[in-house]
Design a protein around this ligand. Structure first.
Ligand SMILES: Cc1cc2nc3c(=O)[nH]c(=O)nc-3n(C[C@H](O)[C@H](O)[C@H](O)COP(=O)(O)O)c2cc1C
Length: 383
């Protein structure tokens, strides 16, 4: 029996074993009802579970109501929301996937428009559609850009309170059946805006030096670690660089990863950008296949922590290559999953692991196997 491809070699993190190293990257659906999931969420996440993704991250879920990025973002800011997530976690678990969730706070980008309404600051048209607009909070009273909402600067006491909000949301996530938690420290949202000198102009416990800019994200990691069972894997997603000549750098990300490891984080999920209006979702990087994977490689090698690579990873062969090159321990796939919810099953086939639909849901496999044979024997047909 030849060695399994790394992509399909199980990975144990604390008490949880991922059946493969394929993660569905967190992808906001902007469709929640006052923080509560709707039918779309169950179908959306259920498809990936049926498609045998090893680890499925539920999208950025707000730890406070005003920490929602948009009016359509999910939330776990109150206990009544717990039960609403249970069908999603149950569906993932029943199909063999590990249910995971990203918890976050939008910071100065909170209350922004859904992508298809403009992806910018909210305005009268959004209010007319029924969306609420509220004043966001941030490390400083500096908006993302001209025309964006001016955030209110958080006091030191409020910063400590934010760490408790993350811890409380993490407890609720565990009660809802999630087995792994990711803290959102990327893309210009609250925790990233504390890290970056482009957005943090404080001079106190939570800003000034690099160490004090890192203090709130590290406190959040410590509090979340304490709030969840010991056997729960904890991930942190970083924007490894801000993307311009100035701002948060790779050296800073390495320093932070050391601290997060000490705080009990198990995996650094390596993304980039989002803290400036020009790269609202990503850094000013030349995007090509695996364009962020070298961030994952460097953090993995310099801090001896597991990493997750993400960004334009489209084929099973390429995902396997990144793992073989020891750039990361887990491969997260985003838009390719929207395109093909059976991505893991197709990757298994491409890597020669299965040719007879053995890993597909039995309800499909029985038919597809015969269908394929039929197709082969009918190649002479004009279709
Ligand atoms: C529809 C959509 C929603 C997203 N929402 C989130 C999110 O909630 N949290 C996050 O960290 N990244 C989010 N992202 C970024 C993805 O997780 C991923 O990092 C990015 O799309 C790059 O990977 P890809 O090239 O495989 O799509 C989102 C991306 C898309 C396309």
């Amino acid at each position: 029996m030849p060695d399994l491809p790394l992509l399909f070699t199980p990975l144990k993190i604390r008490g949880v074993t991922l059946p493969n190293r394929i993660a569905v990257s967190p992808m906001a659906q902007y469709s929640a009802n006052n923080g509560y999931p709707v039918t779309h969420h169950l179908l959306h996440y259920g498809k990936f579970a049926q498609g045998k993704a090893g680890l499925i991250f539920v999208e950025a879920t707000a730890v406070t109501r005003t920490g929602r990025i948009t009016n359509g973002c999910l939330g776990l800011w109150e206990d009544t929301q717990i039960n609403a997530f249970k069908p999603i976690t149950a569906c993932m678990a029943a199909n063999g996937s590990v249910p995971a969730i990203q918890i976050g706070h939008g910071g100065r980008k909170s209350a922004m428009q859904r992508p298809w309404h403009g992806n910018g600051p909210p305005g009268a048209e959004d209010e007319a559609r029924g969306d609420e607009i509220w004043q966001p909070v941030g490390p400083s009273a500096t908006p993302l850009d001209e025309g964006w909402l001016k955030p209110r600067k958080l006091s030191e006491t409020e910063c400590v309170g934010i760490a408790s909000d993350f811890a409380d949301a993490a407890k609720r996530a565990i009660a809802a059946g999630f087995k792994a938690i990711e803290i959102h420290m990327a893309h210009g949202y609250l925790l990233h805006s504390f890290l970056s000198p482009l957005s943090n102009f404080r001079n106190d416990r939570f800003g000034g030096t690099l160490d004090s800019r890192m203090a709130l994200p590290v406190l959040v990691a410590e509090q979340v670690r304490k709030a969840v069972p010991d056997d729960t894997p904890l991930f942190a997603r970083l924007s490894c660089i801000d993307g311009g000549d100035e701002g948060w750098s790779m050296d800073d990300s390495v320093a932070l990863s050391h601290k997060l490891k000490n705080a009990g984080v198990d995996v650094i999920d390596c993304s980039s950008g989002g803290n400036s209006p020009k790269g609202a979702t990503n850094a000013n990087l030349k995007r090509g296949p695996g364009y962020q994977a070298d961030f994952a490689r460097r953090i993995r090698h310099e801090t001896d922590i597991m990493t997750q690579a993400v960004g334009f990873i489209r084929t099973g062969e390429f995902a396997e290559e990144l793992l073989q090159q020891q750039k990361a321990d887990i491969i997260a796939v985003g838009r390719q999953y929207l395109y093909n919810p059976n991505w893991a099953l197709h990757a298994a086939e491409a890597l020669g692991l299965t040719g007879d639909f053995e890993q597909w849901p039995v309800q499909y496999a029985w038919w597809l196997e015969k269908w394929q044979k039929g197709l082969k024997s009918s190649e002479q047909w004009e279709l």
